[in-house]
Design a binder for this molecule. Structure first.
Ligand SMILES: Nc1ncnc2c1ncn2[C@@H]1O[C@H](COP(=O)(O)OP(=O)(O)OP(=O)(O)O)[C@@H](O)[C@H]1O
Ligand SMILES: [Mg+2]
Length: 265
């Protein structure tokens, strides 16, 4: 590394300016990024072998935890690891913002489809799902669009596909029922014409996906998501994990924390 007259770090080979190394910091907003933030390995926070086994055995399952426990961080790390593994094409989509109304299928599901199509395009270059959806996929009833989208992706991808769907329980009423029903409707066609695995992530456990129509309880996803063992709970951060995080700062900066503060954190 050379330093030029403006104190700009430059590459010794070609003299082009290079970015100074970022000092990592404690993240308090949104998912953590390993290059920017102190981070616990997200895949160590859940039983990664079990998750991989569920995916390898074509299971659809729920990952749930309360707010701010690292769900999104963990799902993004899962996508990275699965894509790096080379066996699957994996996309992560957050549908938190994809609702126009509280339960109007005709408005909510097209928004979900667009978000998911864009996320697939981002994760799997060349998929061109958004283009397909806007020109063809959106022409059928909203009651079938999501299933068609996943089917189209699966059929046109060289690898079995895995979808990690975040913020699922922000959908309510008929919109959530329709999303789960569309998944269930093609479940038997996996992995050649529907995803190998789908992970539904939100704050609620699967048993809470029971909804009521009048007096009738409707388990919209029951035959697909009713296996208790496949409803995983991401644990809260432990005292040990929090201390390990502080230790990363000590190692990076030399600043030592008084042990007396840890119980208060
Ligand atoms: N692996 C990790 N290592 C260290 N801190 C983490 C990790 N994962 C999450 N956090 C902390 O938790 C916060 C929330 O992370 P994230 O957004 O992934 O959680 P979430 O459960 O998806 O939250 P929300 O319920 O708001 O969607 C981060 O801003 C960070 O402070
Ligand atoms: Mg989140």
């Amino acid at each position: 590394m050379n330093i030029d007259s403006d104190n700009q770090k430059t590459c010794p080979q070609n003299g082009t300016p290079t970015m100074p190394a970022m000092e990592r910091f404690f993240n308090t907003a949104g998912p953590t990024k390993p290059d920017l933030h102190y981070q616990l390995d997200p895949l160590q926070r859940l039983d990664w072998d079990e998750v991989r086994h569920l995916i390898d055995t074509q299971r659809y399952f729920v990952l749930h935890a309360p707010r701010q426990t690292g769900k999104t961080t963990t799902l993004l790390a899962m996508m990275k690891a699965l894509n790096a593994g080379g066996r699957y094409a994996c996309a992560y989509a957050n549908i938190e913002g994809a609702q126009a109304t509280r339960g109007d299928v005709g408005q909510d599901l097209p928004l979900v489809c667009k978000v998911v199509a864009q996320a697939i395009d981002d994760a799997c270059p060349g998929a061109e799902l958004l283009h397909w959806y806007e020109n063809t996929g959106a022409d059928v009833s909203a009651l079938g669009q999501f299933a068609d989208l996943l089917s189209y992706w699966t059929r046109h991808c060289a690898k079995p596909v895995v979808l990690l769907l975040d913020g699922v329980d922000t959908l309510v009423g008929d919109s959530l029922i329709s999303l789960l029903r569309q998944i269930r409707s093609r479940y038997e066609q996996r992995p050649h014409a529907f995803p190998q695995s789908i992970v539904l992530c939100g704050q609620r456990d699967i048993r809470d996906y029971r909804m009521y129509h009048g007096d009738t309880a409707v388990m919209a996803g029951s035959s697909v998501f009713n296996i208790k063992a496949a409803s995983l709970r991401l644990p809260n951060f432990t005292q040990q994990e929090i201390q390990a995080l502080w230790q990363q700062h000590t190692e990076a900066t030399g600043q030592v924390f008084d042990e007396a503060i840890f119980p208060a954190l």
